[in-house]
Structures are given as structure tokens and as C-alpha cells.
Design a protein around this ligand. Structure first.
Ligand code: MLT
Length: 200
């Protein structure tokens, strides 16, 4: 997969970025540096094409997910993460997944549906993909999730289903409500930065 890497400075957090639909490996770089000015960055570009837009798995229309593609791409992404972690000598458990929308959805799917060494995530405007095939404990996971009131893409039911799935399996869940729909705003970035300082 195409990626952007920046080694960052000593003591920085290890942020693994996954963009939203139509983004690329550079889309979340400024956000990552706002979250932690010294961070190491590994940022992937989604390989699925939808009318010229990059995504991390296929869909057949808004919120009509292709579940075969989701599973295939989740495996591929995790393989890439493992390979890059070895190459860059970053232990898997030291990464903090930072995803927006489609990128947040595949990252959350990895934590919920694969037994990985990944433990932390900052997920901007994720939703439930309604896949619940696993029930292993998530007691080692910490996630920060944001939800926008009036989001035209993520319904409150879908967001709550995702948050409850993490909670009931023992994850440490922090929820940030915003009032500006599906986009990322400054207030939630501040909240994510505080979370990173205390739990990341
Ligand atoms: C998006 O447009 O990216 C959706 O909100 C989420 C997704 O398709 O995974």
C-alpha cells in the first residue's frame, strides 16, 4: 500500500493514520501534528477506488458496505501494519490508530474483529459496520470516539451500537459529542489531544 512515514522526534507518540473517503496518506498529517507535535507518523492510502476516491474497503452506495471487501482489506491492512512495524521497529502495541470516517471504520473493525496487538484508537465520526462475529475481551483496548449531532452519514443508533460494542467487551471508551455533523472540528481535536496526553 502507498504510505507516508515521518520518524518524528524522540518521545513522540506513534500515530497510524487512516483517512476518510476521498482522502489520501497526507489528509490527516496536520491533524496528527496538532495532536502531538513530536509524533511519528505512518499513514496509509486506501487502495479501493470509488469514482476516483480512495477508500479502505468497497461499498455499493452510502453505507451499503461490501462485507467481503471489508474482511479482505482489513486482513491486508493488518499485514501491512505488521510489516511496516517490523521495518520501522515500532512494536505493534505502541501504535495509536487515528482514523476518520471510512478510515475510522476499518480501524475499529480491526480492533473488534481481529485479535491483534493493537490497543489504542482515536476514531473521528465512526459508525457500526454491524459485524459482530467475535466476543474476545477488549479489556486491553482504549478508544476515543467522536459523534456529531446531526451527522447526515452516521446515525445516533449506529454510533451507539459501535460504542456499546466496545464498552460491553471491556474497552476503555471516551466519547466526544460535537454539533457540527460529519466533519472534524477544533473542539473535538482538543478533546482528542487531551485523551492522547492522558491515555495514549
Ligand atoms: C464514508 O463516507 O466514508 C462513510 O461515512 C463511512 C464509510 O463509508 O466507511
Amino acid at each position: 500500500m502507498k504510505y507516508y512515514f515521518d520518524a518524528g522526534e524522540a518521545g513522540g507518540k506513534n500515530l497510524l493514520l487512516l483517512h476518510g473517503t476521498g482522502g489520501d496518506e497526507y489528509s490527516l498529517v496536520d491533524i496528527a501534528r496538532f495532536l502531538d507535535g513530536s509524533c511519528r507518523i505512518l499513514s496509509f492510502r486506501g487502495e479501493v477506488q470509488e469514482e476516483g476516491m480512495n477508500r479502505f474497503f468497497k461499498r455499493n452506495g452510502l453505507n451499503q458496505f461490501d462485507f467481503d471487501s471489508l474482511e479482505e482489506e482489513a486482513d491486508r491492512l493488518y499485514e501491512e501494519i505488521k510489516q511496516m512495524s517490523e521495518e520501522k521497529q515500532v512494536p505493534l502495541e505502541d501504535w495509536i490508530l487515528v482514523g476518520y470516517s471510512n478510515g475510522a471504520n476499518i480501524a475499529a473493525h480491526l480492533l473488534l474483529e481481529r485479535e491483534t496487538k493493537l490497543t489504542k484508537g482515536i476514531f473521528f465520526h465512526p459508525m457500526s459496520l454491524e459485524v459482530h462475529t467475535k466476543d474476545f475481551s477488549l479489556a486491553d483496548k482504549k478508544v476515543w470516539l467522536s459523534f456529531g449531532d446531526g451527522d447526515p452519514i452516521v446515525s445516533p443508533e449506529s454510533f451507539n451500537e459501535l460504542a456499546e460494542n466496545f464498552e460491553k467487551r471491556g474497552a476503555d471508551v471516551t466519547i466526544e459529542h460535537t454539533t457540527t455533523g460529519h466533519q472534524i472540528n477544533m473542539a473535538e481535536l482538543g478533546s482528542a489531544r487531551n485523551w492522547l496526553n492522558t491515555k495514549g
